[in-house]
Structure formats: structure tokens, C-alpha cells
Design a protein around this ligand. Structure first.
Ligand SMILES: Nc1ncnc2c1ncn2[C@@H]1O[C@H](COP(=O)(O)OP(=O)(O)OP(=O)(O)O)[C@@H](O)[C@H]1O
Length: 584
């Protein structure tokens, strides 16, 4: 599908409104030819011919037609505006749904600000096109043609003389279209880039402040700002060059009328009234010429925006739900990785991973930073697809499972905690918005979050700022854990979820998680041995590979990477802390 075909597919739904708008615009354009004709008749019949009794009916007609045109104009503007809002609503909705369908790989590459520009500035260019440019172009062409036809009925020679201007106008329009398109593309690219820069800086303002890099960022911003200004000036230079050309062409028509038309009146070839009539049609010729430059700009802006939105929209996610994927409402949580490898950007991220987990078991994953621990979980959730090998859940390859069903069965507290600007209750209940407050509270108690939430002035109704601003790292982690627990999932993934909480809190959380034993399969990624030592299976990762696996005792006895880490971390720690303190 081409971008334009895609755009027209949205317009289809509103074709009724568009047709009504087009018909009303046609009516207004037809009526526009009447008033100049009446003005000519007033001159010929009333002023020159002395038939004063006709003056009032003529004036009545002038006023009546003006009122009818005003009403019709209002109606067609309403029709086009309504259609444009409809198109915009549907397009925004469709693009947004597609954005939600996109996979991690898509978001890894795209800048948030760019995606925002698609949904704002680019969408508005499309709205403007449907609401205004469509009828302006149509009306301009109709008026120009009707006016020319009417001038032909008055006098062929005069009409032909005025037609001389037409080839020049067509030539200038073509040239401007050709020049303005790349300029508008550049303009929109720079706007997107500026948008992305500002978005990134606003999100990262704490880092900027912490490093006192305001001047550096202002300098970078100025560069983006300069680029955008330069692109705008380049684009405006083009229309600044052409608008005077269209103005001159429209004045040329006036000059032709005054000189040639005046000469014809003197020669008696046309009456003074006919000259007045043709003069009345002159603005119908002039106006479209004056508008041509602006309309070409608007059309270029529109086509660039459609192309940009469509380019984003048409990017197909690599990870898709199969057409008739396996649906199992409640998964048991049996997991097997069979010779799993994953490559990205020509790099081996995970290699030849094999392990098996029975339902209800707890798996600890430990290893050096960048070893591939989170990637393994990403493959389990099918955020990425394996390059080779199979990830099986309850004996079914995750590629054959309905994607939403799979993820619905997984509760995940991610390493990079993201909280929405909502109440704490809303954040915890994100996965189960219809659950009771008691259930939310219970999940918070399990995550050791209840007491600090209740200490906040608005308790569970406290609005957490964007990304959870106003909460400590450990508090955010605990809310994220409560959110995952409330889902009551078959598979629970805790990716570095207790790294920012003290050991006592961690130990309490562990004792709470023990209540889930045999109820759900749990994966715990951690650096602290204390977080995973009781796991049924511990995977030790390094450089994308599982280098050791077994229970705590087995791995300590093996005297490898795990045993070294264990002795490094807890050599001098008293035994009761290693064993955990249990419930608070
Ligand atoms: N989709 C991807 N594209 C490119 N590189 C990736 C992708 N996924 C992971 N990586 C890279 O693979 C490596 C392993 O990442 P991963 O997040 O799995 O490590 P990790 O063991 O969880 O590390 P940490 O403990 O520091 O969180 C990193 O170097 C990461 O940049």
C-alpha cells in the first residue's frame, strides 16, 4: 500500500460528509458568478439605461445570494471540519494501536520525541489538509474555471487575452511544488529532532542537573534550534520567492482588463456594465492565483506528514502473535530452554542456553553484569524471538502461543522500574484494574510496601509523579513488586527487584515469596547470593552462557564462579542474616 492509499482508506468512512462538503462548495462557487453579473446589470440597466425600478430587485438579489453563500460556506466548513476530526481520530487511534503492537526492537531504535511528533505535528498537518486545503483547492479551481467561462460568455477575445497568464501560473506552480517538497521534509525532520531532544532532556533533567551540564545542554539545544530555524527559513525562502510571482501574475490580469477591456469599451465592443461584470470575476481569477503558493506549501506539508506517519505505521514488529496461537487460560509454569541462542546487531547475546524448570519451582539467576540474565527473561516473555533453539512453556514453544495469553500469565518486576503518573493504588492494580482495595493492600504487604504507603499523606491515593518521582529507588521497586504479585501470575519474574532495599526488607520479601512456593514458578535475577540461595535451581551466567547450574549447596561444593561469589559476599556475614530473618 502506498502512503496516499493508506490515507484515503481513512477518508472512505467520511465520504458522505466529504461529498456533502464538495456539493456545497460547488454551489457556493456557482453562486459566486451571479453577483458580478448582477453588478454589471445594475450598471447597464439602472445607471446607463435609467430603469431605476429594477434597482431594488437587483439589490435584493445581491443581498439574498450573499446570505445564502454565507450559510452554505458555514455548512461546508462544518462538513470538512467534522470529516477532518474523524479522520484524525481514526488515524491517531490506529497509529497508537500499532505503536502498542511494536516490539522491543522497534522502541530500541526509535526516539520517543520522534514518535510524539508523528502523533502531534504530523497528524495536525493531515487535519489541516482535510479541513481546509481540500475545499480551498477545489473551490479555487472551480472559481477560476467558472470565472473564465463567464468571461468567455461576455467576450471571447477578452477571455483569451486573460488566458495568456495561465501557462505562467502552471509553470510557477510546478516549479514551486518541486522545490518545496524536500524543504518541507527537512523541516519536519528537524522539528522531530528538536522535539526528541527536548523530550529526552526533560526526562533526563535530573542527570543534567546532577552533572551541572545545563550549559552543555543549552548549547546542544541551540544547535537543534538553529537547524530547525535554518530549515524553516529555507522553506520560507522558497515560498517567499514564489508568492510575489503569483502576485505579479494576478496583477497582470488586472492590467490586461484595464488596458484591453477599457480599450474594448471605448471601441464599443463591450458595454461598461460588461466591464464591471468582468472586473467582478477578476477576484475569482486572482484569488486562486494568490492562494496557489500557499496551497502548494500546505499540500507538500501534508504529503510529507502522511509519508512519515505511514513509514512509522508500516514497520511490522518482528515478534507477532500467531494467527491461531495456543491459548491456555492458566499456565502451569513448566519452562524449558532448549539450545537457545540470541543474536542482535551481529553480536551473540545469549548462547546455547539449556535448563528445565518444574511448575512452582524457584530459579535464581546470577552472573556478571551484561552476562545475558535479563535477555533470558526477555526471551521467555517473547519480547524478542530466539535466533535458534526453543523456549517452551508447558511444553509449547512460546512462538506458537498466543502472545497476550503468554504475557497475561507472567508477572514481571523489571530492573528499570516504570511507574505511571497515577495513584499508588492505580499503579499496583495496573494488571488487574478491577481488583478490590483489599487485594491491592495484600500485594503491598507481601512486597513490604504497605507501611511506607500508609505513612504517605494520601496513602494509597498518593499520586506518584512521572516515572515515580517522589519515591525512593527501594520504594519504587516494592511498588513494582506488588504490581507483579497482584497479577497472581503462573510465572513471576523479579529482575533485580530488591537491589535497592536493605537486607532486612529483602529477607522479609523472601519469606513472603515463599508463600508462593508451588503456586507459581519464580525467576529471581540478583547480584546478592542471599536473594537466590534458597532457589530450587541456580543458573550462573557469564558472557551469554550458563557456566554453572544447580542448587546453592551443589554450586558451593563445586567451588567455581558461584562459590567464589558466595565467599566474597558473605564470608564474614553472621549466619542468621544469611538464613534470613523471616516475617516482620
Ligand atoms: N536487543 C538487543 N540488541 C542489542 N544488544 C542487546 C539486546 N539485548 C541485550 N543486548 C546486550 O546484551 C548484553 C546482555 O544484556 P542483559 O540485559 O541481558 O544483561 P544482564 O546480565 O541482565 O546485565 P545486568 O545485570 O547489568 O542487568 C548487554 O551487553 C546488552 O547491551
Amino acid at each position: 500500500m502506498t502512503p496516499m492509499k493508506w490515507f484515503f482508506s481513512f477518508l472512505k468512512k467520511y465520504r458522505g460528509l466529504m461529498i456533502v462538503g464538495i456539493l456545497l462548495t460547488t454551489a457556493v462557487s456557482v453562486l459566486s458568478v451571479v453577483n458580478p453579473y448582477i453588478s454589471g446589470q445594475i450598471v447597464d440597466q439602472v445607471i446607463s439605461g435609467g430603469k431605476y425600478d429594477r434597482l431594488m430587485p437587483f439589490i435584493g438579489c445581491l443581498i439574498g445570494i450573499t446570505i445564502v453563500m454565507g450559510v452554505l460556506r458555514f455548512l461546508f466548513q462544518v462538513a470538512f471540519e467534522t470529516a477532518s476530526q474523524g479522520v484524525l481520530y481514526d488515524m491517531r487511534d490506529k497509529v497508537y494501536r500499532k505503536l502498542l503492537e511494536e516490539d522491543f526492537a522497534f522502541y530500541n531504535k526509535k526516539r520517543t520525541g520522534d514518535l510524539m511528533s508523528r502523533q502531534t505535528g504530523d497528524m495536525d498537518a493531515i487535519r489541516h489538509f482535510v479541513a481546509y486545503v481540500v475545499y480551498m483547492v477545489y473551490q479555487s479551481v472551480l472559481m477560476f474555471v467558472f470565472a473564465l467561462l463567464m468571461i468567455f460568455t461576455v467576450n471571447t477575445k477578452l477571455a483569451l487575452a486573460m488566458l495568456v497568464v495561465l501557462p505562467f501560473t502552471a509553470f510557477a506552480t510546478c516549479r514551486q511544488t518541486k522545490e518545496v517538497r524536500p524543504a518541507f521534509k527537512r523541516n519536519r525532520d528537524c522539528f522531530s529532532s528538536l522535539n526528541a531532544f527536548v523530550q529526552e532532556n526533560v526526562s533526563g533533567n535530573r542527570v543534567v542537573k546532577a552533572f551541572a551540564k545545563e550549559d552543555f545542554e543549552i548549547e546542544k539545544f541551540n544547535k537543534e534550534n538553529d537547524k530547525f530555524r535554518a530549515a524553516q527559513i529555507d522553506a520560507s525562502k522558497i515560498w517567499m520567492k514564489y508568492v510575489p510571482i503569483f502576485e505579479v501574475l494576478s496583477y497582470a490580469l488586472t492590467i490586461i482588463l484595464i488596458l484591453y477591456g477599457g480599450y474594448m469599451v471605448i471601441q464599443g465592443e463591450i458595454t461598461l456594465g460588461q466591464l464591471v461584470t468582468v472586473n467582478g470575476y477578476l477576484w475569482m481569477l486572482n484569488n486562486p492565483l494568490r492562494q496557489a503558493g500557499w496551497l502548494v506549501n500546505d499540500i507538500s506539508n501534508f504529503t510529507t506528514s502522511v509519508e512519515k506517519i505511514y513509514a512509522t505505521y508500516s514497520e511490522e514488529p518482528h515478534v507477532k502473535t500467531p494467527v491461531s496461537g495456543v491459548v491456555k487460560k492458566h499456565l502451569k509454569g513448566e519452562i524449558e530452554f532448549k539450545n537457545v541462542s540470541y543474536r542482535a546487531d551481529d553480536e551473540d547475546i545469549v548462547m546455547d542456553v539449556n535448563f528445565k524448570v518444574k511448575p512452582g519451582q524457584t530459579v535464581g539467576i546470577i552472573g556478571s553484569t551484561g552476562a545475558g540474565k535479563s535477555t533470558i527473561m526477555n526471551l521467555l516473555c517473547r519480547f524478542y524471538d530466539t535466533t535458534s533453539g526453543e523456549v517452551l512453556v508447558d511444553g509449547v514453544n512460546v512462538r506458537d502461543m498466543d502472545l497476550y495469553n503468554l504475557r497475561d500469565n507472567i508477572g514481571m518486576a523489571m530492573q528499570d522500574v516504570f511507574l505511571f503518573s497515577d495513584t499508588i493504588e492505580g499503579n499496583i492494580a495496573y494488571g488487574r484494574p478491577n481488583c478490590s482495595f483489599e487485594e491491592v493492600k495484600q500485594a503491598a504487604i507481601m512486597a513490604d510496601a504497605n507501611h511506607f504507603i500508609q505513612a504517605l499523606s494520601d496513602g494509597y491515593d498518593t499520586i506518584v509523579g512521572e516515572r515515580g518521582v517522589g519515591l525512593s529507588g527501594g520504594q519504587k521497586q516494592r511498588i513494582s513488586l506488588a504490581r507483579a504479585l497482584l497479577k497472581d501470575p503462573s510465572i513471576l519474574i523479579l529482575d533485580d527487584t530488591t537491589s535497592a532495599v536493605d537486607m532486612e526488607t529483602e529477607s522479609y520479601i523472601q519469606s513472603q515469596l515463599k508463600k508462593l512456593d508451588n503456586k507459581c514458578t519464580i525467576f529471581v535475577i540478583a547480584y546478592r547470593i542471599s536473594s537466590i540461595r534458597d532457589a530450587d535451581l541456580i543458573l550462573v551466567m557469564d558472557n551469554g552462557r550458563i557456566i554453572e547450574q544447580g542448587t546453592h549447596e551443589e554450586l558451593v561444593a563445586a567451588g567455581g564462579y558461584y562459590a567464589t561469589a558466595f565467599h566474597n559476599q558473605y564470608g564474614e556475614i553472621p549466619q542468621e542474616i544469611l538464613n534470613g530473618k523471616g516475617e516482620k
